[in-house]
Design a protein around this ligand. Structure first.
Ligand code: HEC
Ligand code: HEC
Length: 149
């Protein structure tokens, strides 16, 4: 209970000031579920090209873009089809770029012979490219010395 009337007035002022406009005006329509929310904009996406040129890097330590389609390549707990071509062993016969040493370093800095769990889900960092309109405007410019030649 608030016995002090001054405090009571203050609290109601605060609540009134803070809550009323939020309730009245600032509520954005969110839709019944994710699909009907205004942020749910489907990108104009089409099939990835089967193969493209290796995209130029744009900044230091950028994971290189994937220059081929990754459609239907499974990366799950039990199988990693990227490694079927990109592992150190496989790369000797497939001609795919060998994963680099950083992919073997655990988050504690321990180097092992196995791909580190934090580098296991390849498409978390490496994505293929398609020629589509960006959903969100983007003014990123490559760092000096990077980008298209
Ligand atoms: C059937 C074999 C094969 C599979 C499976 C495969 N790749 Fe590749 N990948 C290649 C080859 C070959 C190249 C080299 C292409 C070139 O140099 O033109 C390559 C290139 C790349 C590159 C560019 C490397 C560079 O040189 O900068 C990345 C990144 C990559 N692949 C990621 C992936 C990911 C992620 C997956 C799984 C979703 C995957 N690859 C699955 C064969 C494969
Ligand atoms: C957490 C982000 C991350 C994940 C996950 C990841 N990579 Fe990378 N990858 C990088 C970065 C950053 C580079 C560039 C710098 C480096 O080598 O560390 C790279 C480089 C590469 C290269 C080029 C190596 C070279 O010598 O040019 C290949 C190929 C590659 N990754 C394949 C893969 C594959 C296959 C997987 C899944 C098994 C994978 N990566 C998972 C971040 C990641």
């Amino acid at each position: 209970m608030i016995k002090n009337t001054k405090a009571l007035v203050l609290v109601s002022l605060l609540l009134g000031g803070v809550c009323t406009p939020i309730l009245a005006q600032d509520v954005q329509p969110v839709g019944k579920d994710i699909a009907s929310s205004p942020e749910s904009i489907a990108p104009a996406f089409h099939n990835q090209p089967k193969e493209n040129e290796l995209a130029p890097l744009n900044y230091v330590n950028q994971p290189p873009m994937v220059p081929h389609s990754t459609k239907n390549y499974q990366v799950t707990k039990n199988t990693n089809q990227c490694l079927d071509c990109h592992s150190v062993q496989a790369s000797r016969t497939t001609g795919a770029t060998r994963i680099s040493p950083t992919h073997f370093i655990s988050r504690d800095g321990v180097v092992s012979g196995e791909v580190s769990p934090r580098r296991y889900f390849c498409v978390q960092c490496h994505v293929s490219q398609s020629d589509v309109e960006p959903i969100v405007p983007n003014e990123f410019k490559p760092l000096p010395g990077y980008g298209e030649k």
